[in-house]
Each structure stands twice: as structure tokens, then as C-alpha cells.
Design a protein around this ligand. Structure first.
Ligand SMILES: [Zn+2]
Length: 242
């Protein structure tokens, strides 16, 4: 079965990134861990079930479909605060006390601001998910051998973007009353990458405090911060093309 995916843009640039920091922040107050905010979701879906591979669907199709959808949703979520994520406010791609660097195709480390880093991520992911040789959409076209490792790479970078929104732009997200969407998206994403072992747990340690709160109580409480006008779980939204 071939699942339908949308997207029809092309861009170039494949790269790898590495965290280059060690310890989490020496206990500064993390607004996003406040119970009044962590309980906010836009849906009561049981994401643990939602992420499981349905019978009769090919694993790669499932990974492709979900990865593409997460890319669109995370891009959309970032776009809601992108006007606050500038070269001045975010001079480096920081998540708590960890700093991420981008590496170009030759493996050269690139010093960049957070918005530049996010742009590198979104551009390269966009290129991959719309590359017919990597994310095939036509019947009879096979996934490449490197498919799983590329999906893992994509998920790692998307995680960096989500983590940056929490660590640097949660206040703005709150002001926009989009924290319920962010929590929902994060929970869904983390359960998905866990289900298929897509991101090294070491990579996500930095957000373990949040993950523990959100993912252990997944679906158990909700006071819906938003007005329920959009759904982070399934539907393809309109995403700002970058
Ligand atoms: Zn930022």
C-alpha cells in the first residue's frame, strides 16, 4: 500500500549536526515544566496507539508518512514564533545549555544563529521528503537502503527544533496560546520516535524532564489551550513554504 503524502518543493543541502555542549542548565526555572502548562493539550488521543504500525501497512510507508507529517507540523509550529527567533535573540542554536552546530556537506562546522540552523534543517528535510528517490510516492518505486538512516537523521533535527521552541520561545508560545498544540505535537513526536527507535535516547536526554511529564500522562488530562481549530495529529496543514 502506498500512502499519500503531499509536498512538492525542491531544495538542496544535506548535512549533519552535532551537539556540542554537555550539561543541562544549572537548574534555571523552566516555564514549560509548570503543571498548569504541561497539562494543556488539544486532544485526548492515545498517542501510544496512534503511532503503532497498522497491520497491512509497510513499515517504510508508515515511517515516510509520519516523518513527512511531523516535518510539516514542526515547521508550522516554528513559524508561529519565527518572528521572535532572530539572529539577535538567538545567536546560537541553543537548547538549555547545549549548543548545536550545523555541518556542511563536506563536514565543515558552520557557526550559525538559531534561525539559520532551523532554516538549514527545514531546507534539507524538505529536499529529502520531496525527493522521489528517497521518499518515493509512485507505485513500484522502492525505498532506498539508506531510508531508515535518513529518517533517523531527519527526526534528530526536528527534535532540535522542537526543543529550541521549548527552551527559548515558550513564553511567546504561551502568549499565542499555542502551548497546547506544542505539547500535543511533542508528545506525539516523542512516542513516534520511541516506537521505532529513531533517535538515540542520549540525543533527547536534554528534554527528559519534559518528556517524562508529557509522555507518561499522555492523553490523561486536557484542558485544551487552543480553540480546537486545528489538529496536530493527523491532518495535513497548510505550511509556510520556506
Ligand atoms: Zn530562537
Amino acid at each position: 500500500m502506498r500512502l499519500r503524502r503531499n509536498g512538492s518543493y525542491t531544495l538542496n543541502g544535506k548535512s549533519k549536526g552535532k551537539p556540542n555542549g554537555k550539561k543541562p542548565a544549572p537548574e534555571e526555572k523552566k516555564l514549560y515544566l509548570e503543571p498548569e502548562y504541561t497539562k494543556s493539550r488539544i486532544t485526548d488521543f492515545e498517542f501510544k496507539e496512534l503511532v503503532m504500525l497498522p497491520r497491512e501497512i509497510d513499515l517504510n510507508e508508515w515511517l515516510a508518512s509520519n516523518t513527512t507529517t511531523f516535518f510539516h507540523h514542526i515547521n508550522l509550529q516554528y513559524s508561529t514564533i519565527s518572528e521572535f527567533c532572530t539572529g539577535e535573540s538567538c545567536q546560537t542554536m541553543a537548547v538549555c545549555n547545549t549548543q548545536y552546530y550545523w555541518y556542511d556537506e563536506r563536514g565543515k562546522k558552520i557557526k550559525c544563529t538559531a534561525p539559520q540552523y532551523v532554516d538549514f534543517v527545514m531546507s534539507s528535510v524538505q529536499k529529502l521528503v520531496t525527493d522521489e528517490d528517497v521518499f518515493p510516492t509512485k507505485y513500484g518505486k522502492e525505498f532506498p537502503n539508506s531510508f531508515e538512516s535518513l529518517v533517523k537523521k531527519i527526526c534528530k533535527y526536528l527534535f532540535h527544533v522542537l526543543a529550541h521552541i521549548y527552551s527559548s520561545h515558550f513564553k511567546e508560545t504561551l502568549a499565542l496560546e499555542l502551548h497546547g498544540h506544542l505539547n500535543t505535537l511533542y508528545t506525539h513526536f516523542i512516542l513516534f520516535i520511541r516506537e521505532f527507535n529513531l533517535v538515540d535516547p542520549k540525543e533527547t536526554t536534554i528534554m527528559d524532564d519534559l518528556t517524562e511529564v508529557l509522555c507518561s500522562s499522555s492523553g490523561s488530562s486536557s484542558n485544551g489551550s487552543g480553540n480546537g481549530s486545528s489538529n496536530s495529529a493527523g491532518a495535513q496543514n497548510h505550511v509556510k513554504e520556506r
